[in-house]
Design a binder for this molecule. Structure first.
Ligand code: 9G3
Length: 566
């Protein structure tokens, strides 16, 4: 492609609204342009990168026997009403009316559509297992779109759905998909981790997220320093490796703490460390009241609490609600003497405390010398805290460290929820009607493009891995007013194209400095510069990522690139 004939509007300055590296470089290098908040156009270079990423995804999907199809973005609200998600989803679901005033949604995902197709087309176990996938635009009305393509309101996803007559069959597809995702992200050059994740609103049991490591990532990963254990911090379990204290139990005593409100103020006033205090938080879990007690230096993990209680909704009570229920404000809540209807759940770490302090459920009063085995006979103990860096890894190998990650893929064992709701059943081997079991699997295609830029850039621009770059070679002619330079560059361009390479040819009437700066921004892995030594047939070859450069004669180029690309 000749740059004088295409659209690559590079920018000298970073646009004000660029809020992360990938957003900044994709804008400045002319890959994308924002049309509206969270809505982008992919300019020619951006589209070529999307195509390269999609090609890798398609190859790996086809390799495991998944069948590509394409479903509509426009979805009837009826299906969403049948699954209950019309009411359950909030503002994020884009709803609209057609000319006959019928209700529709712009598809944020396709469980409803694909299950309705399976319901109508699959009648026998002989047709199972079956995996279908699409690469298609999704719509989710994010309240705060940001970070460019990382969190948009219209984005491109590969979503796959597998259908089974048994859990075992689903397990097998899940593993195949998991391995295919690992191959995809390896081939794309990404530094990623597959982490144990929370199924959230999707229900089902197993799910893994594929995270591209990047400091801008919105998810925190807990990973082991000595094994491949990795989990979304929401799910990382904490082992009960606490040493039960051998301290002799002192008598339970009430102490006035008139002005001490926070955990630190109480700990300082009672002259002990944070981890000798109990922190009590009052939650409403669906219709139940739950007092959750953790060590003063730990934090309640509401996802763990929700999964433990199998609750749909878990929320902290306000101070007023807490006072009404306990006759004490937040700073004085504790697990001793709670009303009947309040369940007490203590984190595992609390059980091994000795002579600890806690609120006395009396305004401005605390207990000291609390010994759970003696004073909390009713308490239930569970892993309800966030794991911390330095905690032992749940698999017993090494300790936990944190990293930020961008979720670029997720695999779910959905189970039967959608098939039951929509009546997708088939005749099993015994001739009985049975409900299909489903798995679903997503990759954020446009988000992956941004994740790659987050991992592959330097201070001058993007440094694409060869496999996803929009072109393989960037050919620059420094002064195409000089015949020997223009003719040599034209020859090389033709020669490389004939050899099957993707070449971007900067044939513009621009100064050398502009061409070098744009080439660094755009980030094509290999650059050939035709300049002063054109009359000797000598050109300069530069590798974008390593910056190494070397002069070569035109006659060596094909051999050089054969080595480089094989
Ligand atoms: C909605 C809206 C946003 C959503 C969903 C539904 C996320 C929703 C989860 C999934 C699960 C899998 C198939 C591919 C892999 C992921 N955000 N999810 O269901 F109505 Cl507004 O999309 N779907």
């Amino acid at each position: 492609m000749r740059q004088s004939k295409t659209l690559i509007p590079t920018l000298k300055e970073t646009p004000a609204d660029a809020d992360t590296s990938s957003h900044k470089w994709l804008l400045r290098a002319g890959y994308i342009r924002q049309n509206f908040s969270g809505v982008y156009s992919f300019l020619p270079l951006g589209k070529r990168v999307l195509d390269k990423i999609e090609a890798v995804v398609r190859e790996e999907m086809d390799k495991i026997g998944a069948n590509e199809m394409l479903m509509p973005a426009l979805q009837s609200a009826d299906l969403w009403k049948e699954t209950g998600r019309w009411d359950k989803m909030g503002e994020e679901l884009i709803r609209l009316h057609d000319r006959h005033d019928r209700e529709f949604v712009l598809g944020p995902t396709h469980e409803e559509i694909i299950t309705s197709i399976i319901r109508d087309e699959i009648k026998s176990y002989k047709k199972l297992p079956l995996t279908l996938y699409q690469i298609q635009t999704k719509f989710r009305d994010e309240r705060r779109p940001r970070f460019g393509l990382l969190r948009g309101r219209e984005f491109i996803m590969k979503d796959a759905y597998s259908f089974h007559d048994s859990e075992e069959s689903l397990d097998q597809s899940y593993q195949e998909m998991y391995q295919a995702y690992s191959r995809i992200f390896e081939r794309l050059g990404l530094n990623f981790r597959a982490v144990i994740a929370d199924a959230g609103a999707m229900g089902g049991k197993d799910t893994h997220e594929f995270m591209a490591l990047a400091e801008v990532g919105e998810d925190t990963i807990a990973f082991s320093t000595e094994s491949n254990y990795a989990a979304n911090i929401e799910m990382a379990e904490v082992l009960d490796t606490y040493q039960v204290s051998t301290e002799e139990q002192k008598p339970l005593t009430k102490v006035d703490t008139p002005n001490q409100k926070t955990m630190q103020e109480v700990a300082d006033f009672l002259n002990h460390d944070l981890d000798q205090g109990m922190k009590s938080l009052l939650f409403k879990a669906d219709d139940d009241y739950v007092l959750v007690v953790t060590r003063g230096d730990h934090e309640v993990n509401e996802i763990k609490l929700k999964n433990l209680l199998n609750a749909n909704d878990v929320a902290l009570l306000t101070e007023d609600e807490a006072f009404e229920l306990m006759q004490a404000s937040f700073g004085s809540l504790g697990p001793i003497g709670v009303p009947e209807k309040v369940k007490v759940i203590c984190d595992l770490a609390v059980r091994s405390l000795a002579n600890a302090s806690c609120g006395a459920n009396q305004e401005g009063v605390h207990y000291i010398n609390v010994n759970p085995s003696r004073d909390l006979p009713e308490a239930e103990y569970a892993d309800v805290r966030f794991i911390k860096e330095g905690d032992p890894s749940p698999d017993g190998q090494g300790i936990i460290e944190f990293a930020e990650g961008i979720e670029i893929g997720q695999v779910f064992k959905l189970g039967k929820f959608y098939a039951e709701k929509l009546g997708a059943s088939y005749l099993n081997q015994q001739g009985k009607a049975a409900t299909v079991t489903t798995g679903c699997y997503g990759i954020g295609i446009s988000r992956t493009m941004a994740a790659i830029v987050e991992q592959f850039h330097d201070e001058r621009g993007i440094t694409w891995p060869a496999h996803v770059a929009p072109y393989q070679i960037h050919l620059l002619v420094l002064n195409n007013k000089k015949a020997e330079q223009r003719e040599l560059a034209d020859q090389i361009y033709q020669q490389l194209k004939d050899a099957g390479y993707d070449v971007l040819y900067d044939d513009r009437d621009e100064r050398a400095g502009v061409k070098f700066a744009d080439s660094d921004l755009i980030g094509i892995p290999y650059r050939i510069t035709v300049g002063k030594k054109a009359n000797e047939g000598i050109v300069e070859c530069k590798v974008r990522q390593s910056n190494e450069q070397e002069e070569r004669h035109q006659s060596e180029l094909l051999t050089y690139f054969t080595d480089v690309f094989n």
